[in-house]
Design a protein around this ligand. Structure first.
Ligand SMILES: [Fe+2]
Length: 596
């Protein structure tokens, strides 16, 4: 049975294909369209997942959309009415978008995909989040927590998953929302919503949580973690341009920071704000998980929703919360809704048995030696190939140990926002100057943002406070920020953040043998089986998908080597070439993707 899951028209559109309970492919549209956070119809991602599954749209049994447009429209309409006339501008604008596009998703999907409307299903937004996590987890039963900005009405849900069913036991409803609270502080500190939350999290160790009490004056929090916002401080329910009112700035004694300043400076006031909202977020999540544990008696917890990308809070839940084990989907944000929607239909609705657990995120496209060599020759790019794997991994490891920075392009690209050793920029974490080099010459981004370490799973505990890594699934998806062991902080200065923490990725031999062996070789040479790993892209661009994107990113940055499979490209070969753009060709009613 073939189930196609789709998420689009908000941000990070994506497609996923579940075949007989197995997730065979999943990808965000932005990787192919090259438009960051692409929210359009994910035609290119659909073509990719179908091609990977060896099917055409004709073979799809059901297409499942990740939310219910009419219910979401009802929420927008009622919220606008409740706040009229303040909401009149946003009301006019969103009415236009909803009436022209969003409400007619069903007929639009039927037409674009040429499938009968009887094959189209709609899953609740938070059920998509819950299903993305539980049905891909290794747990036969677990409590499930989903927390985001807002779905239709829900902003958080608590559920119980047993085998192939999920039962929702509690929900928090719009406009009261932990995700929107965090986003409000993201905007207040001068960062862009849906993009700057990572930056706010990265900034928090530079401040002190001095404003926790003042934040609690804006909200009320129940013992179950339920929230009530005093809406006089917030504007997101009636404005498209601002999330805060002037009263918010007055309450804290300073206005919202100019977004142009947010990226650049570590103003102590906003650093303290970042530390304070991080603390409040963790406290609320611990209340939610505490309640969920008391209510369900479950030992295991699955999480999804955009707030589950807060890897600092995730580790606190693991360490200080009541659950023994956690699972978090590698794409816990709305991109992951496509996977959840497909699994919800397959398991919960159609009553099919559970498929295998998702123990890796390598669900994107890959390129063969032949394709890479053809690309290099066609573009007249000088290269060498090291045929022997051992020799090649030794060459990479020695290059890193010598202080060079490299692009590493190999295997299927990663599902979700993190680079996990398929489309990564890698460097030596023992060299403090690497942080500066990567931020200034390669990623062109804020100096305070930390870099992540990839560590061999079997040796993670030596370097990080992360005992029994094999029991902690989210580590493989880079979803925990853990303390670096005190005696190792001086050994790993380039990946140790201000507060002595690191956002580690545990690398498994079984799921990424090449990346594992390269890091192991680096460890044999240096004594440290850890490399710095950052996503293979320039600031503001999607992560590279094909060799042309990789080569141009390499050429435009200060990287020293580009490794694609076992091919080696040196810095002398840098130049600008035409990048692959995937475009759509319309022939009558049919649409196919083609490379231009
Ligand atoms: Fe969501």
């Amino acid at each position: 049975m073939n189930i196609l899951g789709l998420s689009f028209y908000y941000h990070d559109s994506s497609a996923a294909l579940v075949q007989d309970g197995r997730l065979v492919a999943a990808a965000e549209e932005e990787r192919f369209s090259r438009a960051k956070h692409d929210s359009g119809f994910p035609q290119l991602a659909i073509d990719f997942v179908c091609k990977t599954g060896g099917i055409t749209l004709h073979d799809v049994d059901y297409v499942v959309f990740y939310e219910k447009p009419f219910v979401k429209f009802e929420r927008m309409l009622l919220s606008a009415m409740a706040t009229f006339p303040r909401s009149s501008a946003v009301f006019r604008e969103s009415m236009q978008r909803w009436v022209t596009d969003k409400l007619w998703i069903k007929s639009m999907m039927a037409k674009k995909l040429r499938v009968p409307s009887s094959k189209l299903l709609f899953c609740d937004h938070h059920m998509s989040h819950a299903a993305s996590s539980f049905f891909t987890s290794p747990f036969s039963e677990a409590a499930i927590l989903t927390v985001d900005g807002a779905g239709e009405w829900s902003t958080a849900t608590m559920s119980v998953g047993r085998e192939n069913k999920i039962e929702v036991i509690k929900e928090l409803r719009f406009p009261h929302s932990l995700g929107l609270l965090y986003s409000a502080f993201t905007a207040y500190c001068g960062f862009e919503i849906n993009e700057g939350e990572y930056k706010l999290m990265g900034m928090h160790p530079y401040g002190k949580p001095t404003m926790v009490d003042k934040i609690y004056e804006l909200i009320q929090v129940g013992e179950d973690g339920s929230l009530w916002h005093d809406m006089k401080y917030f504007a997101y329910h009636y404005s498209r341009n601002s999330t805060l009112t002037d009263a918010f700035g007055e309450h804290f004694g300073r206005p919202a920071r100019d977004p142009k300043q947010g990226d650049k400076s570590l103003d102590p006031f906003y650093c303290d704000m970042a530390a304070s909202i991080q603390r409040v977020t963790e406290e609320i999540l611990l209340k939610m998980t505490g309640y969920l544990h008391r209510e369900t008696g479950m030992k295991r917890l699955c999480m999804a929703g955009g707030v589950a990308l807060n890897s600092v809070a995730n580790y606190k839940i693991l360490r200080n919360g009541p659950f023994d084990e956690l699972y978090i989907h590698p794409a816990p944000g709305d991109d992951g809704g496509s996977v959840g929607a497909a699994y919800w239909a397959y398991n919960h609705l159609l009553d099919q048995p559970r498929g295998p657990a998702l123990d890796h995120a390598y669900l994107g496209s890959s390129y063969s030696d032949e394709e890479i060599e053809t690309f290099l020759k066609r573009n007249d790019i000088a290269f060498e190939k090291i045929e022997d794997d051992e020799e090649f991994f030794d060459f990479v490891a020695r290059s890193l140990a010598d202080g060079y920075v490299a692009g590493w392009f190999r295997g299927r690209f990663e599902w979700g926002p993190r680079a996990l050793g398929s489309r990564s920029i890698i460097a030596d974490p023992r060299k403090e100057e690497m942080k500066e080099k990567l931020n200034a010459k390669i990623k062109f981004r804020e100096a305070f943002r930390p870099f992540a370490p990839s560590v061999l799973e079997e040796r993670a505990d030596e370097f990080f406070d992360f005992p029994d890594p094999q029991h902690h699934f989210p580590g493989r998806f880079m979803l925990y920020v853990t303390p670096v062991r005190e005696d190792k902080r001086a050994v790993l200065p380039a990946i140790t953040h201000e507060d002595g923490s690191g956002r580690l990725q545990t690398v498994y031999k079984e799921t990424n043998p090449a990346y594992h062996r390269m890091i192991e070789r680096f460890g044999e040479i240096t004594g440290v089986p850890v490399v710095m790993n950052t996503s293979f892209n320039l600031k503001g661009e999607p992560i590279v998908e094909d060799p042309s994107h990789a080569f141009n990113t390499f050429s435009l940055s200060g990287m020293d080597f580009l490794f694609m499979n076992n091919y080696v490209v040196r810095a002398e070969a840098k130049k600008k070439i035409a990048e692959t753009r995937f475009t759509l060709r319309h022939e009558g009613d049919s649409v196919t993707a083609m490379v231009s």
